[in-house]
Every structure is written in structure tokens, then in C-alpha cells.
Design a protein around this ligand. Structure first.
Ligand SMILES: Nc1ncnc2c1ncn2[C@@H]1O[C@H](COP(=O)(O)OP(=O)(O)OP(=O)(O)O)[C@@H](O)[C@H]1O
Length: 406
């Protein structure tokens, strides 16, 4: 049997450097000069960038779609098939299950398990529950070197961080009149005559906390893009956003002003050098980075958020120097400073380690409890400790996904 290895990392570890060291043979000498396959978001991003820049697809999904226009589940499957065709001597498997629904997780686990008979697997994960069953040895990073890790060990990170301070009072009270905030009436969308969602009727009212779930490819991102984005498929549909019929003259910016938005994709390729404080205050202007001078009131609210996050003392430090988990807390504060009627969180915990995911859920529960902002939380994972009021589920079908409250 091959010796399959898992490396359990936290969001404070430098994953990119770890991968480079594995590939160069600096960590496992026996891998030097062997052919590797990298199953990771890093490879996916590279292929997607190539699609955008050169317009050709090296990797295609089973439906012959480009990666850019595919769901996360389709992308991962396509990448793994591509890697298998290259016949690598070993595969680095990073965040194997991130963004996958339960059925796709089982599918990909089976593929890796079959592969493990012939190919060595080196798994990198920040979730203990994700460690593949055939793994024979687990390590963690300590001072940049690998040490053996016992899965029963508890992680100490973030144990002292709790959100004790109250959240800031509303900047502008949300109008009583706008209710429901979002209304879909028999909405259907197809791409190239392939039905994606069918007859979706759904309402989100003030202050409600919804989780949107559904298998990969069931149309969750499509639904979000009709609320938040400028998906042309939204026009001509019976969608009412903040009391105004979609397509009746409002601009995307009018809608975006009323929505706080966070997606784990926002951090893809993010390189701006902003301080933590500037990052939060920029949320008032719907820009990333600060281009306008904030008012005294805006500065005061930003400072209150910094206190909630226990980051006031480090407010002038660079946002990029924060751990991935703490960067997300800052981006949630950025989405919330303007006190939007609706906060959208798109796969927000993807890539977070156990301890940061717990902290993140605590902040979201606090927002749900202390503000009248409605929350729309899209995720496959049932996050331990997250308490939505309602769950809306999309169920795949040949005629397009149907939806309903469960
Ligand atoms: N612009 C597009 N052109 C063609 N097909 C598309 C386009 N956008 C989405 N699709 C297809 O629509 C389906 C639904 O995609 P969507 O991203 O909404 O699903 P999802 O539930 O968010 O999936 P995941 O959880 O995997 O991200 C997928 O099969 C996808 O390939």
C-alpha cells in the first residue's frame, strides 16, 4: 500500500509555499524529479485565467462547458479528470471537498480512493473532517516544518477572540415600507436552451436569516446573480427587488447600494495595499479601497466595527497581513458598515479552517440577532453553530431546479 499523507494546516500557514516545497522535493526528498498533479483552486484559477486571456479551453467539463461558466462541482471534476489523464506519479490534493455538495463529495472521494491504489496522494486540508479515509499519516506545520499530528489534538487558535461589543446602531434606518426585500414570482432561467431553474417563487423579508442550499449546478449562483449582479436573464422576469420591479429603470448600482455582499471569490488575486480601517470604511462607498473622505459619522461607525472585531489597535496595519480568516471578518464588517437591508454571503466559509469557520459563524449569528438586516447565506456545508431562521432548497431536475422552503 502507498503511504498517503495529509497535512492539516491553518489559515495562518503559507499554503503556496508549502506546495512549492513539496513539488521541489524540499520536504519529501523521494518526490524530487517525480511528476506531480496539483488538484487545487490554484490550478483552476490558472486555467480560468488562460481561458479569459487566450480564449481557449485546456480543461472542459462533462457538459463541454468552459470552466468560467461552470459550477464549482463541475470545475473540480473536470480538473481531476484532466490530472488523471496526465498520469502523474503523485497528486497534491488541496481542499478536496470545498464548495462540493454531499453527493459530489462522495463521488470525488471514491475517485481519490480508487486512484490511491496506484498513485500517491498528498492531501492538504484545513478541516479535520475532510481527511480522506485512506490517509496513513497526518502532519501539521509547526514553525514551517512538518510534525506528526494526532487528530484528537484541539486547535488553540482564536480561542480568546469573542465578539463582546454591541454592533453599531443603524447608519440609515431601513425603510419600513420595503417589504419583502426580494420577491421572485415563477422565475425560470435557461442557458442555451438548457433549463437551470424553473418556476421559482420566493420571498425574503426584512430581518430574515435564510440559507440557500442545493447540489452543485442547481442554480444557486444563478439566483444570486439575478439579485445582485446584472444577469441579463433577470430582465423580463417577475422579480421585485426592494419594492422595484427588476428591469424597470433602476441601475445595478442602485441595487448594490442596498446590498452588503461577500463571496470567498472576492479574495481571488486580491493585491491592494490598504489598511484594515480603510478597508472597512470603503464599504460606505461600494468601492474596494478608499477614494473619498469619510464623514465623522462614517469614521465613528467604522471604529465601532473595529472594536467589535478586536482590531482597533491594529487598524493601521495592512489588510493583506491578516490571516485569511480575519480578512473575511474585515470584509463582513465592510459589507455591513452601511447597514444594508440585505447581506449576501456566497460560499463564505470555503477555504476557512475549523477554528476560523466557527468564529465566522459567530459573527453572522450576532449580525442576525442584533440588526434588522436580512441575511442570505449560500453554502453546501452545514456550518456547526450557524443558526439560520429558514432554509430554501433547490432540487435538481431535468426541467430545471425546483425550489422550496424546508
Ligand atoms: N453563463 C453561462 N453559460 C452557460 N451555462 C451556465 C452559465 N452560468 C451558469 N451556467 C450553468 O448553469 C448551471 C447552474 O450553475 P450555478 O453556478 O448557478 O449553480 P450552483 O448551484 O451555484 O453550483 P455550485 O454550487 O457548484 O457553484 C450549471 O450547470 C452551469 O454550468
Amino acid at each position: 500500500m502507498k503511504n498517503h499523507i495529509a497535512i492539516y494546516i491553518s489559515n495562518n500557514d503559507d499554503k503556496l509555499q508549502l506546495i512549492e516545497q513539496i513539488i521541489s522535493g524540499a520536504i519529501f526528498k523521494e518526490l524530487k524529479d517525480l511528476k506531480h498533479g496539483l488538484f487545487s483552486e490554484i490550478s483552476l484559477n490558472k486555467f480560468i485565467d488562460e481561458e479569459i486571456i487566450h480564449g481557449h479551453f485546456d480543461v472542459r467539463t462533462e457538459t463541454k462547458n468552459s470552466l468560467l461558466h461552470s459550477s464549482e462541482g463541475e470545475r473540480k471534476k473536470a480538473l481531476l479528470n484532466h490530472i488523471i489523464l496526465q498520469k502523474p506519479d503523485y497528486i497534491i490534493a488541496d481542499n478536496v471537498f470545498g464548495n462540493l455538495d454531499v453527493a459530489k463529495q462522495a463521488d470525488i472521494e471514491k475517485t481519490f480512493s480508487d486512484l490511491s491504489n496506484e498513485t500517491q496522494i498528498i492531501q492538504i486540508t484545513n478541516r479535520k473532517d475532510d481527511i480522506l479515509q485512506f490517509i496513513t499519516k497526518t502532519y501539521k506545520l509547526q514553525d514551517k516544518t512538518l510534525v506528526e499530528f494526532n487528530l484528537k489534538e484541539t486547535s488553540q487558535t482564536n480561542q480568546n477572540m469573542r465578539f463582546v461589543e454591541a454592533l453599531p446602531q443603524p447608519y440609515r434606518p431601513i425603510s419600513e415600507k420595503i417589504n419583502p426585500l426580494v420577491k421572485f414570482n415563477k422565475v425560470s432561467v435557461s442557458y442555451q436552451e438548457r433549463p437551470i431553474i424553473t418556476d421559482i417563487s420566493w420571498e425574503i423579508k426584512r430581518g430574515e436569516f435564510w440559507q440557500l442550499i442545493g447540489a452543485n449546478g442547481s442554480g444557486k449562483s444563478t439566483m444570486l446573480s439575478m439579485i445582485y449582479g446584472d444577469n441579463p436573464k433577470a430582465y423580463g422576469q417577475d422579480i421585485i427587488l426592494f419594492g422595484v420591479k427588476k428591469g424597470s429603470g433602476e441601475s445595478v448600482w442602485d441595487i448594490k447600494k442596498k446590498i452588503g455582499y461577500f463571496s470567498s471569490e472576492m479574495l481571488r488575486g486580491f493585491k491592494r495595499l490598504d489598511s484594515i480601517g480603510n478597508m472597512i470604511v470603503s464599504g460606505f462607498f461600494d468601492t474596494v479601497g478608499l477614494y473619498k473622505t469619510p464623514t465623522n459619522e462614517q469614521i465613528k461607525i467604522t471604529e465601532q466595527w473595529l472594536h467589535v472585531l478586536q482590531m482597533y489597535a491594529i487598524r493601521k496595519q495592512s489588510f493583506l497581513d491578516l490571516s485569511k480568516g480575519h480578512q473575511r471578518l474585515v470584509l463582513i464588517a465592510r459589507a455591513m458598515v452601511k447597514h444594508p437591508p440585505l447581506l449576501i454571503l456566497d460560499e463564505p466559509t470555503n477555504g476557512l479552517d475549523d477554528s476560523d469557520a466557527k468564529l465566522f459563524s459567530e459573527l453572522i449569528n450576532k449580525i442576525a440577532k442584533e440588526t434588522d438586516t436580512a441575511i442570505l447565506y449560500v453554502s453546501h456545508r452545514k456550518e456547526v453553530g450557524l443558526n439560520p431562521d429558514f432554509i430554501y432548497e433547490l432540487t435538481l431536475s431535468e426541467k430545471g431546479s425546483v425550489g422550496g422552503k424546508i
